[in-house]
Write a protein that binds this ligand. Structure first.
Ligand SMILES: [Zn+2]
Length: 446
């Protein structure tokens, strides 16, 4: 018998491997941070023993969900201003609120709130873009969560850096500090082609080439962005970014609502990772990304919530459900995006979009042990007929019971083990008062 550090025994494993194996009465053996065996229970427990065993009988074991696009500290702005045009929302509320409130303490408190929410909902990896990303990385590593974390580069003074030179110096230090960390992939995050100059976009690409750091950005979010780009550069955002040599197989681009057919081919050829954000795009009325077409063409595409100010939560279950239904109603074809495909977007395809498919996204021997145990006997789930339909259309974040990231149990039987939930809630309420005061009379009492 070989020794494992952790055995998950019983239950049905939804592997999301290349053949989409679903194994009932299964077991998973974990040594250190990695899966060393997955298969029928008798087979795995006949070869491995462990002092620590988690019983998953009657439950589903799925790969940890991957939230491909967030601005995690914006949890503290959740519900601050809704149901507005993007320009009013940004200029009257979000930018002033950020200018007056974003400090390292704010970022840490908002990150802990977002991490707790994500763990409770079975998200084990997220891709972020914000300020003070070094503090976000610190909180994320302490909570035991995996992150591709991008420090924002933007052409106006922001909370942590006042100039591009300061921003580039910050990101240099940030990437050197976290490179090679087991949980954190440090990244550079030029905000968007309309907020970062050509020179600075080129410098970001050169930085990525030199350090291997991914590039996290927003591309082609709104029709207005495309129209403005055509006026300013004589090219759409994708064509412009390609022309200046910005795009590469290290890029992770959120939104991509308005690409042309030719641009989809280009993104596929280059290997750009794309992240679909259906709820944020719906809430801000940005449009509907051509996801069925992206899937047909084999683009690297995942799924994300965007920041909690434009969603208003970090719930990947809702995001999967919305993705599947949005494309049905938009195309008039209920077959256009299946429950299985929606689940792929949040797992193995999400891993591909983050360029991490060799490490995460499926339950397979050799991959990181990022696993979620999901109840399957809630009133909203029974009776059961099809595992992907159950997961995408019926299961809720509340049905997540236990979460393992990198071989470490971070939530067991719904109890968070790495974060103090009561303290997180108390601190969010303190920040709420501060933020409301900073905006004068703009926020009314609840
Ligand atoms: Zn965003």
């Amino acid at each position: 018998m070989k020794r494992a550090d952790l055995l998950v025994v019983g239950g049905t494993v939804v592997t999301m491997d290349s053949e989409l194996h679903v194994i009932s009465d299964a077991a998973i053996a974990i040594v250190g941070s990695r899966i060393v065996a997955v298969g029928p229970r008798r087979d795995v427990t006949g070869r491995y023993s462990s002092k620590e065993v988690i019983d998953a009988h009657g439950k589903l074991i799925i790969p940890g969900l991957i939230n491909g696009h967030t601005h995690i500290p914006m949890t503290l702005f959740r519900g601050l201003a809704d149901d507005l045009d993007l320009q009013d929302w940004l200029t009257k509320y979000i930018f002033p609120a950020e200018a007056k409130n974003v400090t390292e303490e704010f970022v840490r408190a908002g990150t802990r709130l977002g991490l707790a929410e994500m763990i409770r909902g079975g998200t084990t990896t997220y891709c972020d873009m914000y300020y003070f990303e070094d503090a976000i990385a610190d909180e994320t590593a302490k909570a035991g969560v995996r992150g591709v974390l991008g420090e924002t580069i933007i052409d106006f003074p922001v909370a942590d850096n006042k100039t591009n030179a300061e921003g580039m110096a910050y990101v240099e230090k940030f990437v050197q500090k976290w490179k090679g960390h087991e949980l954190i992939v440090p990244a550079i995050a030029p905000h968007a082609p309309y907020t970062v100059s050509e020179e600075h976009l080129k410098a970001a690409r050169a930085f990525s080439d030199r350090t291997g750091a991914p590039i996290v950005t927003h591309i082609s979010e709104t029709k207005r962005e495309v129209d403005d780009s055509l006026k300013a550069h004589g090219a759409s955002p994708v064509d412009y970014l390609n022309r200046i040599g910005f795009l590469s197989n290290k890029v992770i681009a959120a939104h991509m609502v308005w690409p042309s057919e030719e641009e989809l081919d280009l993104l596929k050829k280059i290997g750009v990772g794309v992240v679909h954000n259906p709820q944020s795009n719906m809430k801000l009325a940005s449009g509907v990304a051509p996801v069925p077409n992206m899937l047909k063409r084999g683009l690297l595409i995942g799924l994300g919530t965007d920041g909690a100010a434009s969603n208003n939560d970090l719930n990947m279950w809702e995001e999967m459900d919305t993705a599947a239904k949005l494309h049905k109603v938009f195309s008039g074809d209920p077959k256009v995006l299946s429950a299985q495909e929606a689940f792929e977007l949040a797992t193995i395809r999400g891993a591909q979009a983050l360029h991490l498919e060799n490490e995460i996204g499926s339950i397979e021997k050799g991959k990181r042990a990022d696993l979620v145990i999901v109840e399957r006997d809630s009133l909203n789930q029974i009776p059961l007929y099809n595992v992907y339909s159950d997961l995408v259309y019926a299961t809720k974040a509340n049905d997540v019971e236990t979460v393992i990231i990198n071989g470490r149990v971070v939530m067991r039987d719904r109890r968070l083990l790495t974060l103090d939930e009561a303290a997180i809630k108390a601190s969010a309420l303190v920040f709420r008062e501060k933020i409301a005061r900073s905006l004068g009379g703009a926020i009314t009492a609840p």
